[in-house]
Design a protein around this ligand. Structure first.
Ligand SMILES: NC(=O)c1ccc[n+]([C@@H]2O[C@H](COP(=O)([O-])OP(=O)(O)OC[C@H]3O[C@@H](n4cnc5c(N)ncnc54)[C@H](OP(=O)(O)O)[C@@H]3O)[C@@H](O)[C@H]2O)c1
Length: 354
């Protein structure tokens, strides 16, 4: 069996996590790792049984024994790293969000097309078996009336941020809360309910955002970063809402309400359980009507496996891009997030470059 030989960029927690899923794909091979430090590269390579180490991205990307690159570095670095790798003729699987803004995403798409390589956003939500089942099931559900997607998870890095803001911790603001790194709640977790909405329903006609921010130290002085948000979207004949937070938890399920009933997903970032609640299902014990059906399909043994399976499927089939994680979906999501940030007054250094 031919294996796709990946070079991994970044030796942080996410690269570690995704590799545990990637190695379950028999066509995957971790062939090289690139870190800013030789020690981190060597430690990561030893832990994951990787043959080659690099500290120079161009050296790894120009190595002819590497087929594809996985990018697991902070958001503000994705655009530059991905374009460099694609210009060396490598296919790229890049962590979400694909880039800082829609301008950068457009430039990455242009580089993928110019070099004839695959570029895919590593968004697991739209590739999991249960999401794909929901996508199929929707075809039998009649008109969709409402989508409500939620991902709210208190971040331990928010405690750290507060210590930094109170002067009790002198370390830099974590990248997920740092506008210099194109961070913030929207980019970190708010994207999870938005990407599936776009995959299922396309671009909305309008976007109205209500977001909570706080000022954090940046290279441009104290600047706002978003902590949580609630966004309402207008579509033809349906409405949608997404909620996200890094300062509060929520167990609200994600719902797609249709003419024939409701598809209720336990969580949207990685769906593991789905109920079908038929139209007319009773809401009290005394009423009668059709009962709720658990329509869950088996999950993958690891949640990150699906993105490597999809990427290698696309590569082996000769297609130019993924269906669910298409370039146009990634661009539409970036445009929506630009608009949410515009309404909330969140600006990244990458927005100021023209
Ligand atoms: N799919 C998911 O479930 C998931 C979960 C968490 C995060 N993410 C995404 O993964 C990405 C990384 O997030 P994270 O929180 O892991 O970030 P992070 O800890 O700040 O950085 C990850 C790694 O990137 C490298 N790095 C850091 N700063 C860099 C820079 N300025 N230039 C180049 N490389 C740099 C470092 O590796 P070296 O020291 O080896 O260079 C670092 O360990 C983000 O895009 C995030 O949205 C995805």
């Amino acid at each position: 069996m031919k294996k796709t030989r990946f070079g991994i960029i970044g030796t942080g927690r996410i690269s570690d996590w995704v590799l545990k899923g990637a190695v379950l794909e028999p066509r995957f091979e971790a062939a090289a790792v690139c870190s800013r430090s030789e020690e981190s590269a060597a430690a990561f390579a030893a832990k994951h049984g990787i043959e080659k180490t690099f500290t120079d991205i161009d050296a790894m990307a120009s190595d002819p024994s590497i087929d594809a690159i996985y990018i697991g570095t902070p958001n503000h670095t994705h655009h530059d790293i991905a374009i460099r790798c694609m210009n060396h003729g490598k296919h790229v699987l890049c962590e979400k969000p694909l880039a800082s803004n829609a301008r950068e995403v457009s430039e990455m798409i242009a580089a993928a097309k110019a070099n004839g390589v695959i570029l895919m956003e590593a968004m697991i939500s739209t590739l999991s078996p249960n999401f794909r089942m929901v996508q199929e099931r929707l075809k039998t559900m009649g008109k969709v009336r409402h989508y409500s997607g939620t991902f709210c998870q208190f971040s331990s890095k928010y405690d750290k941020l507060q210590r930094i803001l109170n002067g009790e911790d002198s370390s830099p603001v974590p990248s997920s809360f740092n506008p210099d790194c194109s961070g913030g709640s929207l980019m970190d977790i708010g994207i999870y309910p938005i990407y599936p909405m776009v995959t299922l329903f396309g671009r909305p006609k309008s976007v109205k955002a209500d977001i909570t921010t706080c000022d954090v130290p940046t290279s441009r002085g104290m600047k706002p970063v978003d902590l949580q948000g609630c966004v309402v979207y207008e579509y033809d004949g349906m409405s949608a809402v997404t909620m996200y937070s890094k300062i509060a938890d929520s167990r609200l399920r994600t719902e797609i309400s249709c003419q024939e009933g409701i598809l209720s997903l336990d969580q949207i970032h990685i769906t593991r359980q789905v109920d079908f609640i038929p139209h007319g299902a009773p809401t009290s014990g005394r009423a009668s009507g059709p009962s709720v059906q658990d329509i869950t399909v088996p999950c993958d043994p690891d949640e990150y496996l699906c993105e490597f399976r999809e990427f290698i499927d696309v590569l082996e089939s000769g297609r130019q891009e993924s269906g669910n994680n298409s370039l146009d979906n990634s661009l539409a999501v970036a445009e929506i997030m630009d608009e949410i940030r515009r309404q909330g007054g969140i600006i990244f250094p990458a927005d100021l470059l023209f």
